[in-house]
Design a protein around this ligand. Structure first.
Ligand SMILES: [Zn+2]
Length: 407
């Protein structure tokens, strides 16, 4: 197993004083030599991704974020619509995507349709070089021009897709509209999809109706690939060359296995070092680093998927209430269609109201105490459960709604 803490200690010990991380560490009174354990790492305050657009506009920001050589060492510079520069190093492993290509068994003989955009943002680049390095051939098609892409897929016998799951769906639907038989006309057997969620139903349909094995990925333009699926498809593996901590979105302190929190990444990357980088994404650790390995043989932690955004959470009586909780409460009871959580203020107290929409025609129990019990188990808070109708759900599209007034 790689000792990332030792790599970080070495890298941070060589940092010029004006660099972004050096300033963050010195403000917190942490020296590179103090970093011995994961707990020591957590003493460094997080760098919130949502603050990057403003920080990157400060004078001297390029050198502060690229402390070892600045822009000259960047092979490519990407720019996201959120207003963030992403600096690609000259290291071919920069995007950390080789493991994704390997897990999807992409290699010699494969023809990969890479439908992520090649302009400004790095998603397409992440997979281009690594698929070629693995021996595959790549069609750098980008998104759009669906009839042309279908034609290319059939004539070249494209075997693998890379891109948005919604774009894969558009290709399939267009093929059906043209009256093409997917199973006989196309050879597509694997899809690496990301950058947006995919529903369990869509995934099942790709796999069962169209014979496409789906590999979801999790990454950011700042970091590259963070998590990826193996052939067992049970959560995202995180490789041991980076440290991922699931942290309290307010304090930045690491939480235990199974708890929902913000994904915080530390990477001992010399070109663009990101240490304690808070992605804004919520997830939970499926297995701790010491637990049993996946059946595929890979060790280490796994993430369970993106469970929302850290800035869309609501805090009630000191506890975070996440949108994912509503789904967990609904799934625990057969007769519940959907759940909304509304946080109100009554006098000096927070009140959590749980609005429950029954499935049409399902028998509704007269006693809702079993739902209250689920609410306590899932949220660690007491909530008032009440039945609601479609009209009440239509009032707002927020799953967790904070209607507290502070005046
Ligand atoms: Zn695995």
């Amino acid at each position: 197993m790689k000792d990332v803490i030792a790599d970080l200690r070495d890298l941070l010990g060589r940092l010029p004083a004006g660099s972004e991380i050096a300033r963050r560490m010195s403000d917190a009174g942490v020296a590179a030599g103090d970093l011995i354990t994961l707990g020591d790492l957590a003493r460094i305050p997080v760098l919130k991704k949502e603050n990057l657009p403003a920080l990157q506009r400060e004078p001297g920001a390029v050198d502060a974020f690229l402390p070892f050589g600045g822009l000259r060492k960047s092979a490519r510079i990407f720019y996201s619509p959120a207003g963030i520069f992403d600096y690609e190093s000259r290291d071919s492993g920069h995007w950390r995507s080789a493991q994704v290509i390997g897990a999807a068994r992409i290699g010699p003989g494969d023809v990969v349709l890479n439908t992520f955009s090649y302009h400004m943002t790095p998603a397409a680049r992440m997979f281009d070089d690594s698929a070629i390095a693995a021996g595959a051939s790549v069609v750098p098609s980008g998104p759009g021009q669906i009839p042309m892409q279908l034609d290319i897929m059939r004539r070249l016998g494209v075997t693998a897709f890379v891109g948005l799951p919604s774009f894969l769906n558009m290709l399939i639907e267009a093929a059906q509209e043209q009256g093409l038989d997917w199973k006989t006309e196309f050879r597509l057997s694997r899809a690496i999809v990301g950058a947006e969620p995919i529903s369990a139903a869509a995934r099942r349909r790709f796999e069962e109706e169209f014979g496409i094995e789906v590999f979801t990925i999790y990454g950011t333009a700042d970091i590259g690939i963070i998590g990826y699926e193996c052939e067992r498809h049970q959560g995202w593996h995180v490789d041991d060359d980076m440290i991922v901590q699931i942290c309290d979105p307010d304090s930045g302190q690491p939480l235990g296995a199974g708890e929902v929190g913000e994904v915080v990444v530390s990477l001992a990357r010399e070109h663009y070092p990101l240490v304690r980088f808070a992605t804004g994404d919520l997830s939970r650790m499926e297995d701790g680093p010491d637990s049993r390995p996946c059946a595929c043989g890979r060790h280490g932690m796994r993430l369970t998927g993106i469970l929302g955004r850290a800035n869309q959470t609501v805090k009630v009586r000191g506890m975070f209430v996440y949108p994912v909780f509503a789904g967990e409460i609904a799934r625990a009871h057969d007769w519940i269609e959907a759940v909304r959580i509304r946080v109100e203020r009554a006098g000096e107290n927070d009140v959590m109201r749980i609005l429950v929409l029954p499935k049409s025609g399902a028998p509704v129990p007269s006693d809702l105490s079993s739902v209250e019990k689920t609410v306590r188990e899932v949220t660690k808070l007491r909530g008032d459960v009440e039945l609601a109708d479609q009209a009440a759900f239509r009032q707002s599209d927020k799953i967790v709604e904070d209607v507290r007034k502070w005046d």
